[in-house]
Design a protein. Sequence first.
Length: 738
Amino acid sequence: MQGRMQDWPLTVDRILDHAASWHGDREIVSRSVEGPIVRTTYGEVHKRAKRVSNVLKALGVVQGDRVATLAWNTARHLETWYGIMGIGAVCHTLNPRLFAEQLVYIINHAEDKVLFTDMTFLPILNQIRSQIPTVKHIIVFAGTDRMTDEVPGALCYEALVEESSENCVWGGFDENMPAGLCYTSGTTGNPKGVLYSHRSNFLHTLVTMGADVLGIGACDTVLPVVPMFHANAWGVAFSAPAVGAKLVMPGQKLDGASIHELLETEQVTFSAAVPTVWQMLLNHLRETKGTLSTLKRVVIGGSAVPEAIVRAFRDEYGVSVTHAWGMTETSPLGTQATPNHIIAAMSAEDQLKYQLKQGRPPLAIDLKLEDDDGKLLPRDGHTFGKLMVKGPFVVGEYFRGDGGDILDKDGFFDTGDVATLDSNGFMQITDRSKDVIKSGGEWISSIEIENIAAGHPKADLAAVIGVFHPKWDERPLLLVKLKAGVEATKEEFLKFLEGKIAKWWTPDDVVFVDDIPLGATGKIDKKLIRQRMADYVLPTGAAAAAAATVTKALAAPPEPRIYAPESLVEAPAPVAFPDLEPTPAPETDLASLPSPEGLTAADFRSASPPAHQAKRAWLGSYLNFALGLALVPASIILGVAAFTQLGVISNVRGLGLNLLHLAPLMAQASLVTAALGVIGALVAGFRRHGMRALLILALAFATVGFFAWASQVLSRPAAAVVQPAEVRLDLTAPQANR
Ligand code: ADP
């Protein structure tokens, strides 16, 4: 026997149908790629989405075909998204911040048939056009007045929409049909496709609408800074129309000033983005003394939210932060840190500890922690384990079966994250399994240390990686990018960490860097950092020298090429993606594109330290040499004096005298090397090495000055011997002259 309710397939076209029927006049405001603000409504977008469906049908697109979009968050992108899904085709959102080679790989793997693009991306499409043969049509989001023939054969979006009818029947297919395709960013191997179904997206939407999850409603004005190509804008492209919220689409301008302008002019109440975007906004607000007059809540995820951001929003702007965790494979929301009744009763400071965790699972998500042997771990808040997740909007298998069987015997998916679970059900990510630092058989959370270090007032960004250690296998190394114009010492950072982490978690060293690279989704790219630091050796005293050799020998072999095209049989071989050599920037690529994280593709590209960093490393070694030379004359004097005193050298003749002759010459030489060091520091950037170079110069001056003074004394008649060496002896070893 079955239930007796209506069978109403859960297909996502119903979401926009609902928005048009019941919230038809609610606004969608976009900052268009062309520049001006464009206003439309759910009613209008619904009609135009139907026209897009007819365009696609006319181009031969049928159910199950993949249709790609390479676009920023705008109303045009939204209507295309629903136009594709409404007829049962699959909306494949491409991340424009991937390298050209990655885009080629993904488009070929998906076998996209039609590709919609913003004008911004025409140069890159032009460059890869011949390598994506499955793409039969490219449609450019532009009016006829702006259309160019930059990509030969490309079609004009507005002209096609204009010509098409708005009568089109959506839906009528199984809810398990695919609706969307999104590739993981490939930080751990070939990008893999996650193929969402209509049902999984619909259920995800219902869940995220809950008060404890995104909790948005018809009265909200929602600004998804998180792009639609990043796991469906965390579901907001579905949940905002589902509740009839006003939608503000930021286009390609995601810097602090542009986002602030939209937040204020459109009276936004709710927004969602990765931490780096919020950091840019907060910096902008501080610089301009700006305010947030309507914003009530922000959801932050994608990477761990630093405490400083939560405090700034809460204390300076009265905005509450909901920390959330998820991944492409979980549609993406997996947990959110909204308080339960126990936490809500705590003081604001105690609640903060829970806000900084990644949170608890909503209905339809189940979590467990396991050790390496598959043993279930307790929810005690401190035992680390592999985080496993299960639910109807969690991936069951990657597109085309890539990666094989990805679920355990109970149907749980291994997230690749390492986490704890506490008695309130709050999960805390302690690391990616590949980033966790294994020190003496115990695990150290790199994320926890870097989050605290990033809260240091002088830190712009912080990253922690495990570095080979001869005794402990690995020890933490903290890399810090300082805020512009500030200086700091290693000790300041170590002191700052004191008491906040277990003593044995304290990093063995702190290195100040000019750049902490971020990956295509705005997360710290530890793989690249590890490559850059491959030759780095921890300062572990006598063991350091041994470690240097061993580190090289034991360094992990280069990871396999990320874009091995083994699963592509007919598609043209994608350009191999070099993992150790920097890719030469093609003439037209994404290097000039702004990204939500304020980075350009060029920032992601460099795999070796920039030239000026190499120069600085060289200068550091040179200054060590200069310091050594500056110390030699004084050491000689002291050494000869001491040995004479001890009777090892019985008089000033022989070895002692020779050395004493050498000392003033060395002092003069050290003056020259020190002066060169100061010039080097001026050229390579005075901030890092300037003070050191000046101190060495001062030391060299003092030594030369001393010898000058000594020879003056010698030239007086009272001095029997005019040799500086003997004067030194008079001064330092009176017994020898007696
Ligand atoms: P990719 O896995 O390709 O980098 P995703 O966007 O799917 O791209 O990233 C998912 C991963 O991001 C998670 O497995 C987790 O490691 C990290 N992540 C997401 N949200 C958070 C968060 N709030 N705190 C810490 N890490 C997070």
